[in-house]
Design a protein around this ligand. Sequence first.
Ligand SMILES: [Zn+2]
Length: 221
Amino acid sequence: MIEDAVEGGSSIPAGWQSSVCGGFKQRRILAGSYGTRPLTGKTIVLDAGHGGVDPGAVRAGVQEKDLTLAITLRLKALLEEQGATVVLTRDRDTLVELARRVQINQAVKPAVFISIHINASENSAADGIETYYFSDESEPLARALQGSMTSWMQEKDRSVHRRGFYVVKCSAVPAVLLEVGYISSSRKRSLLEEEQYQAHLASTIGAGILEYFSKIAKSSN
Ligand SMILES: [Zn+2]
């Protein structure tokens, strides 16, 4: 959840479509086909939304800050397996101001900055995945991650949107903010608490990152 987000139904693109790939695939998406440690030399900042006294969205005792951290830590491990250097804006349940998160991004100057959030709505039926970006140079990253998440998971594709959320707007490098599901959906809330689902979600984000860098490399050849 992000403070100035449009919540619930009003921001759903008219033509959202169901994921073309059915099913929750139990396979290692990141295994094979990408060569050996393809992210070697790449630095990535991962930003787990909320933390400490800021729980983010809360439903039935489940707090957004705990889910974002769990997914972020899993994604960090996956990216490091692929050779990346990963810097976290927080690695525990602590409050990190938005300005500090931006400072970390500016100091590290990573290849990409990825902020992870869980959405919420008053409408308990609302669900799906959406990705926000601001600068033109961030759009390919947004599309790669949204495409990877929605093609590997049986979730509604709520599309990518340009919006000036602070942590992405203030980034000098390609930056995106992911809303990976709705804590206000009881079905999704249960899934988001499962380690297996968290790992799967992290894999789909990781696969999107690999795809993004692979495309960048191709276009610069
Ligand atoms: Zn949030």
